[in-house]
Design a protein around this ligand. Structure first.
Ligand SMILES: [Fe+2]
Ligand SMILES: [Fe+2]
Length: 192
Protein backbone atom coordinates (compact mmCIF):
# COMPACT_ATOMS: atom_id res chain seq x y z
CA UNK A 1 0.00 0.00 0.00
CA UNK A 2 1.26 3.49 -0.85
CA UNK A 3 2.90 5.36 2.06
CA UNK A 4 0.23 8.10 2.04
CA UNK A 5 -2.53 5.52 2.55
CA UNK A 6 -0.40 3.90 5.24
CA UNK A 7 -0.13 7.27 6.95
CA UNK A 8 -3.91 7.72 6.82
CA UNK A 9 -4.36 4.29 8.40
CA UNK A 10 -1.84 5.20 11.12
CA UNK A 11 -3.85 8.40 11.73
CA UNK A 12 -6.97 6.21 12.08
CA UNK A 13 -5.27 3.92 14.60
CA UNK A 14 -4.14 6.91 16.64
CA UNK A 15 -7.58 8.47 16.46
CA UNK A 16 -9.13 5.18 17.62
CA UNK A 17 -6.96 5.32 20.78
CA UNK A 18 -8.13 8.87 21.46
CA UNK A 19 -11.79 8.03 20.80
CA UNK A 20 -11.56 5.23 23.38
CA UNK A 21 -10.23 7.75 25.93
CA UNK A 22 -13.01 10.19 25.04
CA UNK A 23 -15.61 7.44 25.40
CA UNK A 24 -14.27 6.43 28.84
CA UNK A 25 -14.48 10.06 29.94
CA UNK A 26 -18.09 10.30 28.73
CA UNK A 27 -18.93 7.05 30.55
CA UNK A 28 -17.52 8.50 33.79
CA UNK A 29 -19.38 11.75 33.13
CA UNK A 30 -22.61 9.78 32.58
CA UNK A 31 -22.51 7.98 35.94
CA UNK A 32 -21.25 11.05 37.80
CA UNK A 33 -17.76 9.62 38.38
CA UNK A 34 -14.68 11.76 38.31
CA UNK A 35 -13.87 12.94 34.80
CA UNK A 36 -11.32 15.33 33.40
CA UNK A 37 -12.86 18.17 31.43
CA UNK A 38 -9.46 19.56 30.44
CA UNK A 39 -8.62 16.19 28.90
CA UNK A 40 -11.94 16.07 27.01
CA UNK A 41 -11.40 19.60 25.67
CA UNK A 42 -7.88 18.75 24.51
CA UNK A 43 -9.12 15.59 22.78
CA UNK A 44 -11.69 17.57 20.85
CA UNK A 45 -9.19 20.33 20.16
CA UNK A 46 -6.86 17.73 18.64
CA UNK A 47 -9.64 16.19 16.53
CA UNK A 48 -10.64 19.63 15.31
CA UNK A 49 -7.06 20.66 14.49
CA UNK A 50 -5.65 17.47 13.01
CA UNK A 51 -8.70 15.95 11.32
CA UNK A 52 -9.90 19.23 9.82
CA UNK A 53 -6.52 20.59 8.77
CA UNK A 54 -4.51 17.53 7.80
CA UNK A 55 -6.31 14.21 7.69
CA UNK A 56 -9.52 15.09 5.87
CA UNK A 57 -7.90 17.55 3.41
CA UNK A 58 -5.38 14.81 2.50
CA UNK A 59 -8.20 12.35 1.87
CA UNK A 60 -10.20 14.94 -0.07
CA UNK A 61 -7.29 15.45 -2.48
CA UNK A 62 -6.94 11.68 -2.96
CA UNK A 63 -10.71 11.21 -3.37
CA UNK A 64 -10.98 14.05 -5.89
CA UNK A 65 -8.14 12.54 -7.94
CA UNK A 66 -9.78 9.11 -7.87
CA UNK A 67 -13.00 10.65 -9.19
CA UNK A 68 -11.09 12.44 -11.94
CA UNK A 69 -9.31 9.25 -12.98
CA UNK A 70 -12.35 7.02 -13.00
CA UNK A 71 -14.48 9.44 -15.00
CA UNK A 72 -12.46 8.35 -18.00
CA UNK A 73 -12.93 4.62 -17.41
CA UNK A 74 -15.26 2.90 -19.84
CA UNK A 75 -15.09 -0.71 -18.70
CA UNK A 76 -16.75 0.01 -15.40
CA UNK A 77 -19.34 -2.74 -15.68
CA UNK A 78 -16.68 -5.30 -14.81
CA UNK A 79 -15.36 -3.42 -11.81
CA UNK A 80 -16.68 -2.06 -8.57
CA UNK A 81 -15.76 1.52 -9.47
CA UNK A 82 -19.35 2.86 -9.49
CA UNK A 83 -19.83 1.54 -5.95
CA UNK A 84 -16.51 3.01 -4.81
CA UNK A 85 -17.36 6.36 -6.39
CA UNK A 86 -20.66 6.45 -4.51
CA UNK A 87 -18.88 5.64 -1.27
CA UNK A 88 -16.29 8.35 -1.94
CA UNK A 89 -19.04 10.89 -2.51
CA UNK A 90 -20.57 9.81 0.79
CA UNK A 91 -17.20 10.09 2.59
CA UNK A 92 -16.62 13.60 1.22
CA UNK A 93 -20.04 14.65 2.53
CA UNK A 94 -19.22 13.06 5.87
CA UNK A 95 -16.07 15.20 6.12
CA UNK A 96 -18.31 18.30 6.02
CA UNK A 97 -20.72 16.83 8.55
CA UNK A 98 -17.88 15.76 10.86
CA UNK A 99 -16.33 19.25 10.74
CA UNK A 100 -19.68 20.73 11.83
CA UNK A 101 -20.19 18.14 14.59
CA UNK A 102 -16.66 18.65 15.93
CA UNK A 103 -17.10 22.43 15.91
CA UNK A 104 -20.41 22.19 17.77
CA UNK A 105 -18.98 19.83 20.38
CA UNK A 106 -15.92 22.08 20.77
CA UNK A 107 -18.20 25.10 21.28
CA UNK A 108 -20.40 23.36 23.84
CA UNK A 109 -17.32 22.31 25.82
CA UNK A 110 -16.03 25.89 25.71
CA UNK A 111 -19.37 27.02 27.12
CA UNK A 112 -19.17 24.42 29.92
CA UNK A 113 -15.61 25.54 30.74
CA UNK A 114 -16.83 29.13 30.97
CA UNK A 115 -19.46 28.10 33.50
CA UNK A 116 -22.55 28.14 31.27
CA UNK A 117 -25.29 25.76 32.38
CA UNK A 118 -25.60 23.10 29.67
CA UNK A 119 -27.67 19.94 30.22
CA UNK A 120 -25.27 17.02 30.85
CA UNK A 121 -27.26 14.87 28.45
CA UNK A 122 -26.67 17.35 25.64
CA UNK A 123 -22.89 17.29 26.15
CA UNK A 124 -22.88 13.51 26.34
CA UNK A 125 -25.10 13.02 23.28
CA UNK A 126 -22.95 15.27 21.13
CA UNK A 127 -19.77 13.49 22.26
CA UNK A 128 -21.16 10.01 21.65
CA UNK A 129 -22.53 10.94 18.20
CA UNK A 130 -19.14 12.28 17.18
CA UNK A 131 -17.34 9.14 18.38
CA UNK A 132 -19.79 6.88 16.55
CA UNK A 133 -19.65 8.85 13.32
CA UNK A 134 -15.83 8.93 13.32
CA UNK A 135 -15.58 5.19 13.97
CA UNK A 136 -18.04 4.38 11.16
CA UNK A 137 -16.26 6.79 8.84
CA UNK A 138 -12.85 5.20 9.45
CA UNK A 139 -14.25 1.70 8.89
CA UNK A 140 -15.91 2.73 5.65
CA UNK A 141 -12.67 4.22 4.31
CA UNK A 142 -10.52 1.26 5.23
CA UNK A 143 -12.97 -1.45 4.23
CA UNK A 144 -14.52 0.05 1.10
CA UNK A 145 -12.20 2.49 -0.66
CA UNK A 146 -8.51 2.49 0.31
CA UNK A 147 -7.73 -0.80 -1.43
CA UNK A 148 -9.41 0.37 -4.66
CA UNK A 149 -7.50 3.65 -4.57
CA UNK A 150 -4.25 1.78 -4.05
CA UNK A 151 -5.00 -0.45 -7.04
CA UNK A 152 -6.03 2.38 -9.38
CA UNK A 153 -3.31 4.93 -8.61
CA UNK A 154 0.01 4.72 -10.44
CA UNK A 155 3.21 6.16 -8.99
CA UNK A 156 2.65 9.19 -11.29
CA UNK A 157 -0.74 9.79 -9.67
CA UNK A 158 0.83 9.83 -6.23
CA UNK A 159 3.68 12.06 -7.39
CA UNK A 160 1.17 14.53 -8.78
CA UNK A 161 -0.69 14.67 -5.46
CA UNK A 162 2.21 14.71 -3.03
CA UNK A 163 3.23 18.42 -3.32
CA UNK A 164 -0.32 19.44 -2.31
CA UNK A 165 -0.61 17.19 0.75
CA UNK A 166 -0.67 19.23 3.98
CA UNK A 167 2.53 18.81 5.96
CA UNK A 168 1.83 19.18 9.63
CA UNK A 169 3.57 17.13 12.31
CA UNK A 170 1.07 15.37 14.52
CA UNK A 171 0.97 17.50 17.72
CA UNK A 172 0.36 14.47 19.96
CA UNK A 173 2.20 11.53 18.45
CA UNK A 174 5.04 13.09 16.45
CA UNK A 175 5.92 16.53 17.74
CA UNK A 176 4.11 16.75 21.07
CA UNK A 177 2.78 20.21 21.83
CA UNK A 178 3.14 20.07 25.60
CA UNK A 179 1.64 23.50 26.17
CA UNK A 180 -1.54 22.90 24.19
CA UNK A 181 -2.11 19.23 25.02
CA UNK A 182 -0.62 18.85 28.52
CA UNK A 183 -3.54 16.89 30.05
CA UNK A 184 -3.82 14.56 27.06
CA UNK A 185 -0.07 13.87 26.82
CA UNK A 186 0.08 13.21 30.59
CA UNK A 187 -2.88 10.84 30.31
CA UNK A 188 -1.25 8.92 27.45
CA UNK A 189 1.99 8.49 29.42
CA UNK A 190 0.12 7.35 32.54
CA UNK A 191 -2.03 4.83 30.72
CA UNK A 192 0.61 3.31 28.43
FE1 LIG B 1 -12.20 10.63 6.04
FE1 LIG C 1 -9.77 8.91 7.36
Amino acid sequence: MHKLLQRLILDHQRLAVLLNILERQLNAFHVGNEHDLDLVCELVDYIKAYEDQVHHPTEDLIFAHFKELTQTFTLIETSNIPETLKTIQNLQEQHQILAGMTKRFHNILDAVMQGDVIPRQEVENQGRSLIQMLRNHINLEEQEVFADIDTKFSSEDWEKLEPNIPEFANPIFEKPDTARFSALLRHLVQTQ
